[in-house]
Every structure is written in C-alpha cells, then in structure tokens.
Design a protein around this ligand. Structure first.
Ligand code: PLP
Length: 342
C-alpha cells in the first residue's frame, strides 16, 4: 500500500544519513549550557541570519511564545495577522501564558498587514489601553512569500513608532529559495526571527529563535519556565545541522513538485485550484463532497489536509517524489462524480 502524506511538511521522517549524524553527535546537558551540538546549531543559524544569539526550542509554537514573552510584558499588546499562526494556531498562548493581548489585523491577500490598518490599531499611551509593543509578521504565510519591500516598510514603520518586530519564519528558507533572496536579507528587518527545522527542512524536532543577546537571554528563562529546557538535545540539534547542510537547496524541488501537482489538478474537470505557493497547493471542494473525497484518497494511500482549513491543502516535502505526484493526480482524476464542487 502506498502512503503519500501531503497533509503537511511536518510529517517527514529522518533518513539514514540524518540518523547517522544524530548517532555520533557529541552531547551534554543543555540546561547547564553544556551541549556542544546545540551550541553549534544556535551559533550557526545566528551567524547565517545575522543575529547575535540563537536558542534551540522544542517547537515553533514555543519559539514564537518565548519571543512574544521576551518582547512584551503583562498588559502589553502585539499587532498580528488575523490568520497568522502566532494568533490563530497556537492555542492563544500569548494571552493565556504571557498575559499579552493580541490585536489581530485583517490581512491582505498576500499575507501583509496593511500599514494604514496597523497605524489605526496602535494605541496611544493612555491607561485605557494596552501598551502596543510589537509587530509580528509571518513568512511564508500559507506558502506565500511576503513581498520584501512591504516587510522593510512595515518594519521601518514599527521601529519609528517604538515597536519591536518579530518574524514567524517557520518556512523562512522556503521564502529564500523561492524568491532567490538570501534568508539573511529576508531576516534583516527583524529584531527576532523564529525558524522551524521540522518543516520542509526535514529534521524531526525543533525550532531556533534568533535575536540579540539580551532578548535570547530572556527567552532562555521563559523556555525553562515553559518546560522547554532540554538535556542531551544535541541528538536533535545534529539532525537540524544535517538538514541545514544538506536539505535547504532541495526545497526548490518541493516547489517544482507543488507546481506540477497544481498544474495536474487544474487539468481535472471540476477541481478549482485556488492557488499554489512555494510547497503548498490549495483546492476548493464543496463541503458536501469532502468526506467522499477523503475516503477516496485514503483508499489510494493518499492523505491531504481536510477540514482544518476552509479549503483542502496539499503540501510537498522531502518524502514526496515525482512518482508520488503522478499517483496523486491520477487518484484525483478517478474521483467518482458528481464533480468536486457539485
Ligand atoms: C508549524 C508552524 C509553527 C509552529 O510550529 P510547531 O513546531 O508545529 O509548534 C509556527 N508558525 C508557522 C507559520 C508554522 O507553519
């Protein structure tokens, strides 16, 4: 039975060479600051992306949370996209655990938070209001690469108003590969950046938060408090270093396969492809047909993301090859009528 899992790029499994790198990694107790492999990962990403320091954390959610908690205090507020991960998909952690109020902003089609909407949302210094402290952006957002001229303008605006700027760069390297702009340039306007190793890069676990020495020192305290202080985590950092060494450039293949998948699906009667961005394809399927489609795909060994978003999402990654794309297109083609949107 084939198993082609397009639900997310988080489902990747470490290959032989990555596991070999994990097996031989020198390790120590990272809570004591003694894991050389974790330190090598943090130093390497900090240098590559142009920051003073880095912090290895168990997940992207914790990375964003410790960033928000380090930028903001209790009673502060951050400006964030209404459909941003840090607002919508992290369990309300900033509010629940950080006592930080989100100010969600309706995003434009390209994922940007319009500057005029930001200007209206920022609060004056008045006891009626939470203190607006931070602007949080996301790149890529639902696969879309945020326009860099927008990013620069938004960060300049935020800094001119005394706000810090955080990037949820879970898929920053997808943005860099797709745009041809170095990740370091994409990261430059920000005071902190979070990068996931466990998405398209293909490592099993972990994210790294980058920022100044002061910010990362604060984030380290929050990480411990939140239960994210890990011990011999060098075995995980070794997988991340392997991914950075060998699995960044290949993200281009995921993007090409997503393009091929979108083109194939567009050729099928009744499927409406809403868009393809980097390694993601979104299609529109009538709610009444979703369960039948899911069953049909599962019978053929294909998993897609259904029900979690208003649309069906298909994500390419390192475990999806050309043959898998061909198979998936065939399986969609044989979905028995009525049409997808009937
Ligand atoms: C996956 C993701 C995260 C969170 O990562 P986890 O490791 O799943 O907690 C944050 N932001 C974005 C944009 C993501 O896609």
């Amino acid at each position: 039975m084939v198993e082609i899992d397009l639900r997310s790029d988080t489902v990747t499994r470490p290959g032989e060479a990555m596991r070999a790198a994990m097996a031989v990694a020198p390790v120590g107790d990272d809570v004591y600051g003694e894991d050389p492999t974790v330190q090598r990962l943090e130093r390497r990403l900090a240098d590559e992306l142009g920051f003073a320091a880095g912090l290895f954390v168990p997940s992207g959610t914790q990375s964003n949370l410790v960033a928000l908690m380090s930028h903001c205090r209790r009673g502060d507020e951050y400006l964030v996209g209404m459909e941003a991960h840090t607002y919508k998909y992290e369990g309300g952690g900033a509010a629940v655990l950080g006592s930080i109020q989100p100010q969600p902003i309706v995003q434009a089609e390209d994922g940007s938070l319009p500057l005029d909407a930001l200007a209206k949302a920022i609060k004056p210094d008045d006891p009626h209001f939470a203190r607006t402290r931070l602007l949080a952006l996301e790149n890529t957002w639902h696969g879309r690469v945020l326009p860099q001229d927008y990013v620069v303008a938004a960060a300049d605006w935020a800094h001119s108003r005394g706000l810090a700027v955080h990037l949820d760069g879970a898929r920053l390297f997808n943005a860099a590969i797709a745009s041809g702009v170095p990740a370091r340039t994409l990261a430059a306007p920000f005071d902190s950046v979070s990068v996931c190793l466990s998405k398209g890069l293909g490592a099993p676990v972990g994210s790294v938060l980058l920022g100044s020495e002061t910010l990362i020192g604060q984030a380290r305290r929050w990480r411990k408090m939140l239960g994210g202080g890990m011990r011999q985590s060098g075995v995980l950092a070794a997988a991340a270093i392997y991914a950075l060494d060998h699995q960044v450039a290949r993200l281009a293949e995921d993007h090409t396969r997503a393009e091929r998948l979108a083109a194939g699906l567009r050729g099928i009667d009744g499927i409406r492809v809403l868009g393809q961005f980097t390694n993601m394809v979104f299609i529109d399927v009538a709610a009444a047909r979703l369960r039948a489609l899911d069953a049909h795909l599962r019978n053929a060994g294909v998993r897609v993301s259904i029900g979690y978003l208003p649309t069906v999402r298909l994500v390419t990654h390192i475990d999806i090859d050309d043959a898998a794309i061909t198979h998936v297109i065939d399986v969609f083609r044989t979905f028995p009528g009525p049409a997808f949107n009937a």
